[in-house]
Design a binder for this molecule. Structure first.
Ligand code: ADP
Ligand code: ZN
Ligand code: ZN
Length: 763
């Protein structure tokens, strides 16, 4: 139903006056929860000439129920199945040219179809807020600073005493202007700007929307590095294929210089006057990342992050669409940014789970990026030190080219991994004696230690020492987490908070103890073990405020011995050259979880943490505490490398008939009523069975309904039904027939249900 038909609209032939005037039908993506497009008549009062200018990708305001909504024109049709009496006219056309290029309209429709998500909602959620409100698609002007004539005449000798002002002048000599976002991202001092302006060296001007300018290769400031052999091979290989659809897996250990490869590929793309789209995980979109791009390239860079105002976002989006911004960097949703001259798509850390949206429109930005690259006939580079099993499988089977970078770039040494068997060890707050000893010895040598706590299954909770009662959430099948600073109990699943119990509600005992490990507790323990050493905790609680993380990192980078303790936040994006020991307190919780991706994700995390350490001449050491030191795959990871580990895991997945050797779709349902979710999913299963029989399809397995692993969350009961199939297409055929039926079923109103195509987890 959503497949895009070519425009069948033809202007009325002048001599066809005897025929009834053919109606033009506008087929629109209207923001609604329904999985279909809607047909409307053109706005009343448009003459034939105006109608002839309508093209897909324009916004149209339409009446919908009693409201007026902003919809996107998907196609023009000559016929509709909607009875004439019910056909309404659109109110007005909002654009005089397509807002979106056809390729992007196609991508949005493809995604709606594949993920079985209402197309109107896909368009709506991917457009900048101001556009979905119906505002004009015009770039607001912006403030920029430029060198004045006096500023241009400054020489190396001037401003020697004012290095910060000097820096700005240098930047402006290479980049013709400095805008507000560059100022904040590059940490430019506001007082230096004011001083330069007061002295007449720079001028601020309110600039109207700029027009695209050709890239001037001589303007890039930071020099490209001389590539090593592996990097050269990668750049040459990818470079040769630019301009056609090719998919490359850049499989390179942390610090092997993947980013340098991206930068040199982008340089080639810019030379061809094309644009580059770079997607990074949520956590990596740091000022350091952006600064690296800004320093290398003098062209306009649009950075799409959550901190943008609506008008900044619109501006960045339009700059990309119009070809003004040559490089577009952003997280997941930046994938939906239109480009005038697409040249390459790069996905850094392609294995990262933040590329999958886990609610609402549940799409994988990585998978859709490949679809987009194919449609736009450009190459795509998936980079990772720990590729997802899906991408690795595609590379090994020859569908992607497999480019490897085995050595760290420059002369940094790679870390070594070791297992520390804790089966017969007594643990003190999670630390074994040998681990504490190792930490002491690294600190004594003047180095830094990083302690990594895998929070999964590890959060501290409150337990009664007398009767064994454990503080549980009243709304979830989960324990409350004990927070010591501003003491309270909090549920990390529904965010319920309550005061810490004073006595056991079960036996009235006052002997309540904290149970399990957490960063706060480990911090206190380590501080008592190492009273003369700074212990720095990095987690969501200590970095909530802006600059808190920067301050912590700055202290670490000064290089004095310290213990850095933290969670996932430490695993990505940052490099700690003075850290020589990484201690992983427990690998088991993740490795042996029920989730079928548990091993893959834990191994990726371990390798990412391991990659934080070491520098030239000083290799890092990684100690992993485990009670499963003889576990085969864990040993492969430690004794061989991630590549061997991942190949072993692929064999297991193949035997278990799990992705990438099958395709999954997960129906979830939840309700206050205990039985409603399973009842509803039972109906879904029966309907699916009926459709499969009618389609003569025997390839889809229907597993469930079963209670979700956490059956109750936030006061609701949850169940799921898993669909498994060896071919994507077959599964798609079933889902396309099934979802519209479910939508109109009255039982579907007794629960909240959703469908997750290619789910990341089963939770
Ligand atoms: P990755 O993205 O694979 O983690 P980076 O591109 O960030 O690796 O490179 C890691 C470090 O090595 C950076 O400091 C970078 O400047 C440096 N580097 C990368 N390539 C080279 C090279 N060819 N010669 C020297 N240093 C390099
Ligand atoms: Zn008790
Ligand atoms: Zn809860």
């Amino acid at each position: 139903m959503l497949t895009l038909r070519p425009s069948t609209f033809m202007p009325t032939p002048k001599d066809a006056s005897l025929l009834p005037a053919p109606k033009v039908i506008l087929r629109l993506a209207v923001p609604s929860p329904l999985r279909r497009l809607f047909d409307y008549l053109a706005p009343e009062g448009l003459d034939d000439e105006q109608i002839a200018t309508l093209v897909p990708g324009m916004r149209v305001r339409v009446p919908f129920g009693s409201r007026a909504l902003v919809a996107v024109l998907v196609s023009l049709e000559a016929h509709t199945d909607v009875p004439a009496a019910r056909l309404r006219s659109a109110l007005e056309v909002l654009d005089n040219q397509a807002l979106l290029p056809q390729s992007l309209t196609n991508l949005y429709l493809w995604a709606a179809q594949y993920y079985q998500h209402p197309p109107g909602d896909v368009f709506h959620s991917m457009l900048p807020a101001l556009l979905r409100q119906g505002r004009p698609a015009e770039r607001p002007g912006k403030k920029v600073w430029q060198l004045s004539e006096a500023g241009q005449e400054l020489t190396e000798q001037d401003l020697r005493r004012a290095p910060r002002q000097r820096e700005i002048v240098e930047f402006l000599k290479e980049h013709e202007a400095l805008d507000k976002s560059a100022v904040s991202e590059m940490g430019i001092s506001a007082s230096a700007l004011i001083a330069l302006q007061a002295n007449g060296f720079i001028v601020m001007e309110e600039r109207a929307a700029s027009s695209p300018r050709a890239f001037d290769a001589q303007h890039s400031s930071a020099q490209a590095l001389a590539l090593n052999a592996e990097q050269t091979h990668a750049v040459e290989h990818i470079g040769k294929g630019l301009g056609s659809f090719q998919c490359h897996l850049l499989d390179g250990v942390t610090g092997s210089g993947k980013t340098e490869v991206y930068l040199q590929i982008i340089a080639r793309v810019l030379e061809q006057s094309r644009q580059a789209l770079v997607l990074v995980p949520e956590i990596s979109l740091t000022p350091q990342t952006i600064a690296r791009f800004r320093q290398r390239f003098a062209c306009q860079i649009a950075v799409l992050h959550s901190g943008l105002t609506d008008s900044e976002r619109l501006n960045a989006w339009l700059e990309a669409r119009d070809g003004v911004a040559k490089i577009i960097i952003g997280t997941r949703s930046a994938l939906f940014t239109p480009m005038a001259q697409p040249g390459v798509i790069i996905i850094d850390e392609e294995h990262d789970s933040s590329f999958k949206q886990q609610e609402g429109f549940r799409y994988s930005a990585r998978d859709l990026a490949i679809v987009r690259a194919r449609q736009e006939k450009v190459s795509i580079v998936l980079g990772s030190a720990t590729p997802s099993l899906e991408s690795l499988h595609n590379a090994l089977s020859g569908r992607y080219s497999h480019l490897t970078l085995k050595e760290r770039a420059g002369d940094a040494a790679s870390p070594t991994l070791k297992l520390l068997d804790t089966t017969h060890e007594q643990l003190h707050e999670g630390f074994s004696a040998p681990l504490l000893e190792q930490m002491r010895s690294h600190l004594q040598r003047g180095n830094q230690v990083l302690v990594f706590i895998n929070r999964r299954g590890f959060a501290p909770t409150l337990q009664c020492a007398d009767c064994g009662w454990v503080a549980e959430c009243t709304r979830c099948d989960a324990r409350m987490t004990l927070h010591k600073k501003q003491p309270h109990l909090r549920c990390h699943h529904c965010d319920t908070r309550r005061p810490v119990d004073y006595a056991c509600p079960n036996c009235k005992s006052k002997n309540l103890q904290a149970l399990g490990l957490g960063t706060e507790r480990s911090e206190a323990f380590l501080q008592s073990q190492f009273p003369d050493t700074r212990v720095l905790r990095v987690d969501r609680d200590t970095t909530r405020r802006k600059n808190e993380l920067d301050a912590l990192l700055n202290e670490v980078h000064q290089g004095k011995p310290c213990i850095l303790i933290g969670t996932q936040m430490l695993a990505k994006g940052h490099h700690f050259p003075c850290v020589t020991l990484v201690a992983v307190l427990d690998a088991d919780a993740g490795l042996f979880s029920a989730d079928f991706r548990g091993q893959e994700h834990t191994a990726q995390l371990l390798m990412q943490v391991a990659g934080r350490s070491g520098r030239a001449g000083l290799a890092g050491e990684v100690l992993i505490q485990t009670r499963h030191a003889t576990h085969e795959t864990l040993r492969t990871l430690v004794n061989e490398d991630y590549g061997h580990f991942a190949r072993a895991l692929l064999v297991e997945r193949n035997n278990a008939y799990m992705p990438p050797f099958s395709y999954l779709a997960l129906f979830r349902a939840e309700a206050i009523d205990l039985r409603a979710p399973e009842t509803f999913l039972g109906i879904v299963r029966d309907r699916a069975g009926g459709i499969l029989a009618a389609q003569g399809n025997q390839d889809v397995a229907l597993l469930g309904p079963l209670p979700a692993p956490m059956e109750r969350r936030n006061g609701k009961y949850r169940a799921q039904l898993l669909l498994q199939c060896p071919q994507r297409r077959t599964l798609q055929n079933l889902l396309s027939a099934l979802c519209p039926e479910l939508e109109s079923m009255k039982e579907s109103r007794s629960v909240r249900w959703s469908l997750d195509v290619d789910p990341q987890d089963m939770i």
